[in-house]
Ligand binder design. Structure first.
Ligand code: FES
Length: 100
């Protein structure tokens, strides 16, 4: 689990909502970084096995970080900077394709 070592000062902070929870983030950081720093994992479940997944590469290559941002589905959260008031939904609560 990732832990933010220092909270951003008020002048450098924004607040986003992740799955209905207020999360304080640092201006300029990515949505994925803010979500991980808030300890929100998993961010999705593998569609077949149901295995927990989370942002991995943080540089736009793996697509493990797809989230819904301000009603736009499948946004690469690691390539999206936070903005004050942004609404983020992880895909962790989506139904899986798993049978039985
Ligand atoms: S974490 Fe790999 S593409 Fe976003």
């Amino acid at each position: 689990m990732l832990v933010r070592r220092t909270e951003p000062p008020a002048s450098a902070a924004v607040t986003i909502t992740v799955d209905g929870r207020d999360v304080r983030a640092r201006k300029g950081e990515s949505v994925a970084a803010a979500v991980l720093a808030a300890g929100i994992v998993p961010t999705r479940l593998a569609p077949v096995s149901g295995a927990p997944r989370a942002p991995y590469c943080l540089m736009g290559s793996c697509y493990e970080c797809l989230m819904t941002v301000d009603d736009r589905a499948n946004v690469q959260a690691c390539m999206t900077p936070v903005k004050d008031g942004m609404r983020v939904r992880t895909h962790a609560s989506r139904p899986s394709l798993r049978h039985g």
